[in-house]
Design a binder for this molecule. Sequence first.
Ligand SMILES: [Zn+2]
Length: 233
Amino acid sequence: MMTGTMEHTARTPQHHPDSEFLMDYAGGALREPLAVLIATHLSFCGRCRAEVARLEALGGSLMEGLPRERMSAGSLGRLLRRLDREGEEERPMVMDRGDPAVPYPLRPYLARLGSARGGGWANLPWKKRLKDVGEITLLDSFPGFQTRLMRIAGGSAVPAHTHGGMELTLVLEGGFSDSTGQYLPGDVAYADDALSHQPVADEGHDCICLAVTDAPLKLTGPIARLFNPFIRS
Ligand SMILES: [Zn+2]
């Protein structure tokens, strides 16, 4: 966007989660690791918020068994617009506790880690995994999932890897690029066993991401052995 401002909070995400994730989120079918990631994307993305509100409204009207003839196109449209507005106004209130410097869906998790109010990402208990990569396990009670915050120093690369399952990565601050494009705050990158990639953090700023995988990563490069401790935890 060539708007002349670098204010990332005003940026509209360019990479969105697949619609299946939004459908499952709206239906309450996502496991917590993925639900947290999607909720955090929604805190950046009005377009996906509107889509989730639309899906929730459709699901709600089905569950209530409203007679079709009473749900004219006009009344459905009004309902959706009302839910869109409610979505915008009410979601931030629901979990508005903890550090206001981070997206609201993550605040309860960071508060659990002892984050300081207003401290943002800097004061979290990062574990150094490589010279340029730190991580924090955000949720460890979901077998099969890894839910981590990652901090990659500006200009540094994560070792090349592919995936046994899928990996969703949401940028929270800074940015990274791989063969599929550039990802900035609010953007979601999807990777699976068809993609071998090597994300590189943009120069000049640490890249903070939320990464959720549902199977261990498979390393592909010569640095694999060194990186194993990072993968195992
Ligand atoms: Zn979106």
